[in-house]
Design a protein around this ligand. Sequence first.
Ligand SMILES: [Fe+2]
Ligand SMILES: [Fe+2]
Ligand SMILES: [Fe+2]
Length: 409
Amino acid sequence: MTRHPAREIQSFEAFLPREPGLAAHVRRVAALAAFVASRSGFSAPEVQAVGNSGLLHHLQAEVTGVPMAARLLADLGFPPQSFESSKVVPPDAAEIVAVWRGKRKPSSPHAAEFAAILDSANLFDEQMENLPYEDESTAESVNQLLDSGMLMPSFVRTIRSSWVVARRNVDTAANALPVFPKAAMEALRLARDPDAGRREIERALGKDPVLAGEIVMLANSGALGGSAAVNSLSGALMRVGTIAAANHIAAAAVRTCFASVKLHDLWEHSLQAAENAGALAGDSNSDAGEAYLAGLVHDIGRLAFELSDAALGVRQWEELGFPTIYAEMLSTGADHTELGADVLERWSFPESIVEAVRFHHRPELVTSKLAAVLYAVEDTNESLPSLARDHAAASRLEVEELPRARAAV
Ligand SMILES: [Fe+2]
Ligand SMILES: [Fe+2]
Ligand SMILES: [Fe+2]
């Protein structure tokens, strides 16, 4: 993927909506429209005009040129220097907006097509914003819109054009992830079972010398090390304690997947999410160990994206202001929640964690408290902000307001 066409769009800061959510919407519409215009073979100035029309499509006044723009800026209280030519709405973008609104007849077939691209970009972004009010999964919702006939065929074709290859790349990366050690899974299950004793955990861990070694090392680390060195697994478990040992085993097992320098930030984010999820679950009388493990693996799907060729495309959309989930959808037609849940299913994770990971960006769709916990600790840059969704997650956690223990990337 070369330089994204939306990079060339003017910023028109003076004309953008003041409300941050709406300003973000017009920026995304501009990027989508410019992308489709560019892929449809239009010239660079035409792509720019289509992109600019996206930035300006919520401007209330009739924007028809320099005098009107200057008057508008003066009304908005901008100093005269704001009237310089770069801040004035270009007539070609103004025409696209006017045609889109039905206020003007297109002066050329291209103008009509540009207005249709703008319309499709706007509808697509509105659909993404409306997800908290939909009953379908994100992918189902997006595909329904793409199949609805409401969007321009060239828009639909462009969006879907790279999906098959990109999705295959991400799936290949997901399949190549190391398998979560069986012994660790068994030890974690036993650690959460009130009827299981330390001996049973020890027996399960003993089957995996690497993990057993991790616990012995932890017991002898600076923070916990007593006067005498511990050199047996049972001694180590005794010193560390079952809960801390379980969390450490989970982290050690998952960490092997993140064994690359470029994945360091995502690993830090996962660890932070695990800590916060454990604490939040503890506060609301839920299983803190399960929440810790769920936090560790909540973005395992992002890992597959990061390790695949789709990573660059996702990053380009993110840099243009698209949240992670949205950028992943645009690049592959899927997102890291479904993919992550599939990986965890393959690893035989408990169904409660698989479900929570599948819905950690759509907690409104399920009754799972754990999904709401993961959503509450999730980085807000990963999905579009939604008060309705925050409210749904808060109600699952039986609190008035969603606790904001977010783990930034
Ligand atoms: Fe709009
Ligand atoms: Fe996520
Ligand atoms: Fe995350």
